[in-house]
Design a protein around this ligand. Structure first.
Ligand SMILES: C[S@@+](CC[C@H](N)C(=O)[O-])C[C@H]1O[C@@H](n2cnc3c(N)ncnc32)[C@H](O)[C@@H]1O
Length: 347
């Protein structure tokens, strides 16, 4: 049979009410098609890998990865996935212009999963060797729609939340600068000072190149900063930022509450924290893109979305809000998995 891939539910049939306030680039037919395809691809990969490897030969250190695959299949009710490998490969080729880097990363990781499960290859090698570095750079980019949408959602939500006319911004885990690019596209004209901070020196260098080239007139400080350590010790001034911004970073730190408390102390009273995070709609439903991150030694899985409110309130923030409203968004699309999360340092 030669079928053309179709999303399980057409874009026009999804309850769009929770997404109506969002800008069009974060809620579109293109995006729905690509997200549906990523879901189907990961289900196919998970099914085929489990069939190939079987439970018998899995290395003891990889049991939790095996459990991730099983949970992924369980979430969609087991059984053979609807779409064949060839049908999905054709669909991915058709969407290459929109999401080629995402498909390339998924494909590389899928090929490595069996050897990873048998303990023959390390996650570091799969994810972080030289070849993978190029894939990551292409993935964390505003040219890659599934990732660009995360940046645009965060930038839009953060820009609307902060009306300071002379903004002082601290960005943490800024990586190669794709989140910065999206935010500065919205607020560059009113930035008084922008701190671009990142842990990895090579990402920091790449980020500096991008941001200096795209926004030569914006006063940006580039600084290597580790969120697992106190900010003041690393030369980051406390108490003066109107906005602290973190795209897909906070889930990666050692102690989320401690890092959130540090970031709160960097804000002016009433200042805004804007996070963007991958989130689970249900604690037992693995997010499709976790298929890649599960191989990273430190990755613990995305949090069930309500947990972020608890963590923020426990860390001294007020007025926590999700954009879009995650309760409604995940009712409309059970696989919806991203959130801008806004909160304030109390006055
Ligand atoms: C998923 S990437 C997101 C990068 C960037 N925000 C973007 O969206 O393009 C997560 C980033 O967090 C950084 N990171 C991880 N742990 C960190 C820590 N302890 N302190 C600061 N940055 C950290 C990583 O180096 C990486 O650049």
């Amino acid at each position: 049979m030669n079928r053309a891939f179709q999303p399980a539910v057409a874009h026009g049939e999804v309850d769009s009410a929770p997404f109506r306030e969002l800008p069009p680039e974060t809620w579109s037919d293109d995006l729905h098609r690509v997200h549906s395809l990523i879901e189907a691809l990961v289900d196919r990969y998970a099914f085929d890998i489990l069939r190939e490897v079987g439970a018998g030969v899995v290395h003891p250190s990889r049991v939790s990865a095996l459990e991730w695959l099983s949970a992924r299949l369980a979430a969609r009710g087991h059984g053979e996935p609807l779409w064949s490998k060839d049908e999905l490969a054709r669909a991915a080729a058709d969407e290459d212009r929109l999401a080629g880097p995402t498909f390339a990363l998924l494909d590389r990781v899928a090929r490595a999963w069996p050897a990873y499960l048998r303990g023959e290859r390390s996650g570091e090698r799969v994810l972080f060797d030289r070849e993978a570095l190029g894939l990551w750079q292409a993935y964390f980019s505003n040219e890659n729609l599934p990732y660009a949408v995360v940046n645009r959602l965060g930038a839009w939500a953060a820009a609307r939340e902060t009306d300071a006319p002379a903004l002082r911004v601290l960005e943490v885990g800024a990586g190669c600068g794709s989140g910065t690019e999206a935010l500065l596209d919205q607020v560059a004209s009113r930035v008084r000072e922008y701190w671009f901070t990142e842990l990895s020196p090579s990402f920091l260098r790449r980020g500096q190149e991008l941001v200096s080239r795209r926004f030569p007139g914006v006063p940006v400080v580039f600084r290597r900063t580790d969120l697992d350590l106190p900010l003041a010790e690393q030369g980051v001034p406390l108490g003066g930022f109107d906005l602290v911004y973190a795209v897909n970073t906070l889930h990666a730190v050692k102690d989320i509450r401690a890092s959130l408390a540090e970031l709160r102390s960097a804000l002016v009273p009433g200042g805004v924290l804007a996070l963007v995070e991958g989130v689970r709609s249900d604690p037992g439903r693995p997010v499709a893109i976790e298929f890649v991150f599960v191989l990273a030694p430190e990755f613990r899985g995305f949090l069930h979305w309500p947990r972020w409110r608890e963590l923020l309130e426990e860390s001294g923030y007020a007025r926590v809000r999700y954009v879009p409203d995650l309760a409604a968004a995940t009712r409309a699309i059970p696989t919806y998995a991203m959130a801008a999360i806004l909160a304030r340092r109390p006055e």
